[in-house]
Write a protein that binds this ligand. Structure first.
Ligand SMILES: [Zn+2]
Length: 125
């Protein structure tokens, strides 16, 4: 099943790949997202994503839950995964580590911990 672009005005952009119908009665239709995949794969272009946002963005933020209090960077939420590359004797070597962007502390990290999206040292929001 083709995934259609969610841009509310996608069909209003005049490009040849949007044209459908018999000669003399061609009309532009909404594009399928195809391999483009902007905005998590819901839009064919950043322009269509922007059109959607202008029309629905504020309601979407209210629906998801508007931020009411400022968030704060603390040592408990500031661990970020990092990777450095180096070459030793024509061999590519990667080093993985955690860096706390609040305290600048660094801790070693294994490759599997680096690749595990659920593994974190962060304990706060
Ligand atoms: Zn579109």
């Amino acid at each position: 099943m083709t995934k259609l672009c969610q841009g509310p005005s996608c069909h209003m952009y005049d490009t040849t790949d949007r044209k459908r119908g018999p000669k003399g009665n061609k009309r532009n239709i909404t594009r399928s997202v195809g391999g483009r995949g902007y905005g998590n794969g819901d839009f064919c272009t950043l322009g269509c994503q922007d059109d959607w946002w202008k029309e629905h963005g504020t309601r979407a933020v209210d629906y998801i839950g508007r931020l009411r209090e400022p968030k704060a960077m603390t040592p408990e939420n500031s661990w970020t995964k990092r990777q450095t590359y180096s070459w030793e004797r024509d061999e590519h070597v990667s080093t993985y580590y955690y860096r706390n962007i609040c305290t600048n502390e660094e801790r070693p990290l294994t490759e599997s911990q680096y690749n595990d999206s659920t593994y974190t040292l962060n304990t706060g929001e």
